[in-house]
Write a protein that binds this ligand. Structure first.
Ligand SMILES: [Zn+2]
Length: 335
């Protein structure tokens, strides 16, 4: 009897025997020249990425990104899906073999540990990058998550007061996490789950504890109109009104609205949104956390934007306040 993983490998080797088609992306090419890092190289890169900060991109940090990128460029989308669905034991095997998955898991441990030991001082908030556009946020009074996709996401349920999701695409939420948060009796805000928190087309305002949230529906692209909810989150008096604008996969800079000064702006770096214009002309945030790199559910050579792509957009913005967080990154916003 083949395990799921053995089946997948066999299918990749001989797709016709298994009657599988391009839908599983079996023909996906690995990047030529990319070599899977050794365990020692992976551990060293993870150590560097978790002990340095996105606000200071040193040559050492860039080199560590290159190590993880080699592993990213050897992990097929179908393999990532397989890993995502796997049992903890199977997942551990994947993580032992693939630097990128080792990092994805280790960065989640880092977030959990830091979240528990962090007391947020008045006048600010702390954010952790999870994966893609996913963030965990802790204010002086509350905690919440936005757009979290991670195989271990339900472990966050006891830590948060509410969950926000920008849109119904699999790289921005998981059913397991939404169900887990809802089962705990906590609000799950989306524009697609029929519960009391659903955002209607005209947008809606919410108040959770001392957090005030304004939502709007905007376009993802020409076809998916009013598909993405943007969240303008005023984190409350104790945070001195620190405000986060998370815009998910919003593509049109003209549709983005900020009703007050934005401290932390979280956009997709490559969905067609004019990020330099938002940063320098319209939203003018204090800090931008450029997001949506390394979406492993996308094919290696299609829409899986690399670290280098992210650094290039940072450069294009020509603004020191635009940074590229990596998985597990902790960012403190202070007034
Ligand atoms: Zn997306």
């Amino acid at each position: 009897m083949l395990t799921r993983r053995e089946f997948l490998w066999a299918a990749i080797a001989a797709p016709s025997c298994f009657g599988l088609t391009g839908g599983l992306s079996l023909a996906e090419d690995l990047r030529e020249g990319a070599v899977e890092p050794t365990v020692e190289e992976a551990l060293a890169a993870i150590r560097t990425l978790t002990s340095t900060a996105a606000t200071s991109v040193t040559a050492e940090r860039r080199a560590a990104c290159d190590v993880i990128q080699d592993s990213v460029d050897r992990l097929r989308a179908a393999e990532f899906e397989e890993y995502f669905k796997s049992s903890p034991e199977e997942a551990k095997r994947w993580e032992d073999e693939r630097a990128v998955l080792r990092f994805l898991n280790a960065s989640f441990d880092k977030v959990l540990a830091e979240f528990r030991e962090t007391t947020v001082a008045d006048g600010g908030v702390v954010l952790w990058q999870i994966y893609n556009m996913g963030y965990l946020v802790k204010t002086p009074t509350q905690s919440f998550a936005i757009d979290v996709k991670h195989r271990r996401a339900p472990e966050l349920t006891p830590l948060i007061d509410f969950l926000l999701v920008t849109h119904k695409h699999g790289d921005h939420y998981t059913d397991a996490f939404c169900d887990s948060v809802a089962s705990a009796g906590k609000p799950v805000v989306t524009n697609f789950i029929d519960n009391e928190w659903k955002t209607p087309e005209e947008g809606r305002e919410y108040r959770f504890g001392d957090c005030s949230i304004k939502t709007r529906l905007v376009d993802h692209n020409d076809r998916l109109r009013k598909f993405v909810t943007t969240y303008e989150i005023d984190c409350g008096e104790r945070s001195s009104g620190t405000t986060i604008l998370h815009v998910g996969d919003a593509c049109n800079v003209g549709q983005l609205v900020a009703t007050k000064p934005i401290d932390v702006f979280i956009p997709h770096l490559a969905v067609g949104l004019d990020v330099p214009k938002a940063v320098n002309e319209t939203i003018r945030p204090k800090t931008t956390l450029l997001s949506h790199i390394l979406e492993l559910g996308h094919l290696i050579d299609k829409w899986r934007w690399s670290y280098q792509y992210g650094f290039n957009i940072c450069e294009k913005c020509a603004n020191d306040s635009v940074i590229l967080p990596v998985w597990g990154e902790k960012y403190e916003a202070r007034q």
